[in-house]
Design a protein around this ligand. Structure first.
Ligand code: HEC
Length: 156
């Protein structure tokens, strides 16, 4: 943030006005920054991304135990705090059902991947992994852009 230099030794009317202006600019910009704070959802998404990368590595090593233990972390990931959930649902409005369905799609595919890994069925685990990724992609294509526009004012 750039701030105008404020001289404390100027008791004139314009000096006070400058101080007030600087203060109001300061508060306006800090409020704007607070509004575009990343959603907790974004952090949850980063965790999902990390788990998916971990699973890809585990599949390459044929470490099925690792795949099986990561699967529920993807399928039953945590959700944002209630207040954020309410903001998201209010924003989604009539699309909330579709959003939830996309999340359930991820859950179903991830749990399927876990079961396949427990059976040490590599091919089935890989198919289910691809299904999980399709489900991630479907929700991103349907919602990510509008989320960015709404919650962050279209910042990339
Ligand atoms: C129900 C919808 C939905 C599903 C399902 C979903 N995502 Fe997301 N994802 C989003 C939204 C919305 C954003 C944008 C969030 C934001 O920018 O605050 C996002 C953003 C992301 C990001 C970018 C985070 C960042 O730092 O900008 C990653 C990585 C990600 N998702 C990974 C995944 C993975 C991996 C899966 C599947 C296992 C997945 N997502 C499934 C809705 C979804």
């Amino acid at each position: 943030m750039t701030t105008e230099p404020i001289s404390p030794n100027v008791p004139s009317g314009t000096g006070a006005a400058t101080v007030l202006l600087a203060l109001s600019l300061f508060f306006t910009s800090s409020v704007a920054a607070a509004v575009s704070q990343p959603l907790e959802l974004q952090e949850i998404m980063q965790e999902l991304g990390k788990q998916m990368r971990f699973v890809a590595g585990a599949i390459s090593r044929e470490d099925w135990d690792a795949v099986a233990s990561a699967a529920p972390k993807i399928g039953k990931h945590r959700t944002p705090a209630l207040s954020e959930k309410a903001r998201i649902m209010a924003f989604l409005g009539s699309n909330a059902g579709q959003f939830r369905a996309a999340d359930r799609q991820v859950e179903r595919a991830a749990m399927k991947m876990g079961v396949a890994a427990q059976r040490r069925d590599g091919a089935a685990a890989i198919n289910a992994y691809a299904e999980v990724q399709q489900a991630c992609l479907a929700c991103h294509q349907a919602h990510r852009q509008e989320f960015r526009a709404h919650f962050y004012g279209n910042r990339p």
